[in-house]
Ligand binder design. Structure first.
Ligand SMILES: *[C@@H]1O[C@H](CO)[C@@H](O)[C@H](O)[C@H]1NC(C)=O
Ligand SMILES: *[C@@H]1O[C@H](CO)[C@@H](O)[C@H](O)[C@H]1NC(C)=O
Ligand SMILES: *[C@@H]1O[C@H](CO)[C@@H](O)[C@H](O)[C@H]1NC(C)=O
Ligand SMILES: *[C@@H]1O[C@H](CO)[C@@H](O)[C@H](O)[C@H]1NC(C)=O
Ligand SMILES: *[C@@H]1O[C@H](CO)[C@@H](O)[C@H](O)[C@H]1NC(C)=O
Ligand SMILES: *[C@@H]1O[C@H](CO)[C@@H](O)[C@H](O)[C@H]1NC(C)=O
Length: 362
């Protein structure tokens, strides 16, 4: 024993203070939560936190309030869809400036479009979709054009009938904190929640509290269809992506499977992003979607023999969810909106149905 008692006590006290100071510093810099998550490693519920390699802390955080996402859409002008499209216009405009909305009007409809001015009045940017197939805009082209003409760290596409609440922004803000987004190809998608606008009143679409409430109360649609895609600026290998048209089946599942082949960080955002799909009296179709037999197979024809089953939302390797406290399960944490965490999917099928990792092996 080479110290007397008093000196030892002082040393211990100094050490404790140092630890407290260091903790304060690391927490302030946003480092602590990440280190804690990583060291937790394997959790008892079988879910693992993402490996260290993806947890790169951005050295230059994006300034508060600067735009995070440029979100584009396009729609087929049909009077019966006016109410739905109008709600979407207002809803997306309400998420500005964090989300910048862009409307693509097909070249052939440009002169007649009733939505150009409405969108501009609400603060949207309006652009012409030049390259069309059977008068339908091509996804690949719109993505590339949007990336060229915007500076946001994320660029996304969503169908014109999808309403979002603030959770889409909060999820991206979280991801930008834990992943070096400039250096990774990230793809985020999620399941939608269907509401029937003749039964659920979304109002103008601009009351985000209302949208958030409806999103919390509404169940998921299945994971075989995705209605929105958000990618980081690094983009995708566009030359490998065929000229898919939007609003026709097939391309969404293909993108999900290929994103993993391209080593993208492919994230299922269903459990944190509220995405409401509006349907009305004419069923679940909107935007460009139709059952038009002539064009229904346009995308299928491009990627014949593809295993669509593996392109379900719940097959993505990563997912976001709200942190569950000791007494909460996942449904409750979704309603309470705790902190967001990014997790790696466990093996399939997950025994716990609440994790939505349902169905056979991907
Ligand atoms: C959209 O809503 C606005 C405001 O309520 C209204 O003035 C406009 O006529 C609507 N547009 C369409 C195409 O329904
Ligand atoms: C749209 O209007 C321009 C001039 O205003 C005209 O040159 C062009 O042919 C029109 N396009 C269509 C598709 O009607
Ligand atoms: C980007 O990530 C790769 C690994 O995927 C790494 O080798 C490279 O140094 C990173 N570049 C920057 C600028 O962070
Ligand atoms: C927005 O919606 C919430 C929940 O439905 C409601 O309580 C609130 O009054 C609405 N706000 C406005 C301005 O309409
Ligand atoms: C929505 O509700 C209306 C009336 O309640 C009904 O006629 C319509 O079929 C419903 N639409 C869908 C897609 O369920
Ligand atoms: C599309 O094809 C289905 C079955 O092949 C047929 O029942 C339906 O009437 C067709 N629809 C149109 C609009 O031609």
């Amino acid at each position: 024993m080479w110290f007397d008692l008093e000196i030892r006590q002082r040393l211990i006290l100094t050490f404790v203070w140092l630890v407290i100071l260091l903790h304060g510093l690391l927490t302030g810099l946003g480092i602590i939560p990440i280190i804690i998550e990583y060291h937790l490693g394997k959790r008892t519920d079988g879910h693992e936190y993402v490996p260290e390699t993806t947890l790169r802390i951005r050295r230059k955080p994006y300034p508060e309030g600067s735009p995070l996402l440029t979100m584009f859409t396009t729609l087929k002008d049909r009077k019966c869809r006016d109410q739905i499209h109008n709600s979407t216009m207002t809803n997306w405009a309400t998420l500005m400036p964090a989300m910048l909305p862009v409307l693509y009007v097909p070249r052939v409809e440009w002169n007649a479009s009733r939505w150009k001015n409405r969108a501009r009045d609400l603060g949207w940017r309006v652009r012409k979709a030049e390259k069309l197939k059977r008068k339908i805009p091509i996804l690949n082209d719109m993505f590339r054009q949007t990336l060229r003409q915007s500076k946001t760290p994320f660029v996304g596409f969503a169908n014109a009938d999808i309403l979002f609440d603030e959770t889409i922004i909060q999820t991206l803000q979280y991801l930008i904190r834990v992943i070096d987004v400039d250096n990774w190809t990230i793809l985020i998608t999620g399941k939608r929640r269907n509401i029937n606008i003749t039964q659920s009143d979304v109002g103008s679409g601009g009351n985000l509290t209302r949208i958030s409430f409806l999103a919390r109360e509404t169940d998921f649609f299945h994971g075989k269809a995705q209605d929105y895609f958000i990618i980081s600026r690094r983009g995708l290998p566009w030359e490998e992506i065929p000229d898919f048209v939007i609003g026709r089946n097939g391309y969404d599942n293909w993108l999900l499977v290929m994103a993993q082949k391209w080593n993208a960080i492919a994230i299922d955002g269903s459990l944190t992003i509220g995405a409401l799909h509006q349907s009305g009296v004419d069923g679940f179709q909107s935007g460009f979607t139709t059952n038009d037999n002539d064009t229904i197979g346009l995308n299928w024809d491009l990627v014949m023999g593809f295993n669509y089953h593996r392109g379900r939302t719940e097959c993505l390797p990563y997912y976001t969810r709200y942190r569950c406290t000791d007494h909460q399960d996942i449904t409750e944490s979704w309603k309470k909106r705790n902190d967001i965490v990014l997790l790696q999917r466990p093996l399939y099928p997950h025994p716990d149905e609440r994790y939505q990792g349902l169905g056979p092996k991907c």
